[in-house]
Design a protein around this ligand. Sequence first.
Ligand code: CP
Length: 300
Amino acid sequence: MKHVLSSEQYTRESLDELFDLADKIRNDPKKYSHKLDDKIIAIMFYEPSTRTRLSFETAALKLGAKIITTENAAEFSSAAKGETIQDTVKVIAGYADAMVIRHKSDTSAMDAASVNKIPILNAGAGKGEHPTQSLLDMYTIKEKKGRLDNLKVAILGDLLYGRTIHSLLKLLSLYNNIEIYGLSKEAFSLPQEYIDMLKSKGIEYKKCSSFDELPKDLDVIYHTRIQAERFEGDFGKEEFIINKEVLNRFSENTILMHPLPRVIEISTDVDDDPRACYFEQAHNGLFIRMALLLQVLDKA
Ligand code: CP
């Protein structure tokens, strides 16, 4: 049974394979438009989403699949009556061929996959991982920079609760000569386990306290929203805001990424800058998620 649960399951080779398939779909979508004609995909989102949910639904529809779903699964599925994820998957496996799940629990996708009846695709699990986001992030970096080795990457925002950051670091660590710089409010610092993981792959994590400490020739600035829904209390707003003046401190070859949604951390005055690629990044999610659905259903 093929699942997409964590960025840890990927290798350089399997990323190449995925990105090649995404390119093929992008270049010749008609060829793939009936690949999943006989399939039904269950879309179970227990947390809010715009991009991940709608791009997975669009991906399924563009491949010919049908979708079944429940609005706001936390409230309107039987989870509200106390049903476990495992029991939900056992039932859905009788209706659908694969299931996409977003949930507040870090272990939700693993719990769903433990039933081992249908492929599970992790669309965001608590503060843990968001592997399909990191796959489209890497695809976008490769598209924009032409390589995945030899990169200087700055991660900003919520490095503590930001699951997109956690999954991205795992994928970046597969490559050679990667430099990672972190810039966040102290309360949202990168957890030690990720610093240790990077170290184990020969990558020294450089914690910074101001924009001045970031190299001017960064390849990628990856900003994220403070995940206010994941903690209680008030730690204040983002301090490290990228506006035109800040972006212009960096190279004309530095790309600016964000998984979206953004709040205040990237000013709209940089949206038209050629270095800002967050909307293209979101669009790339469609091709990556089409490729992932084909792979888990053995239709690649
Ligand atoms: N990047 C991302 O996960 O966006 P959504 O929450 O809108 O799905």
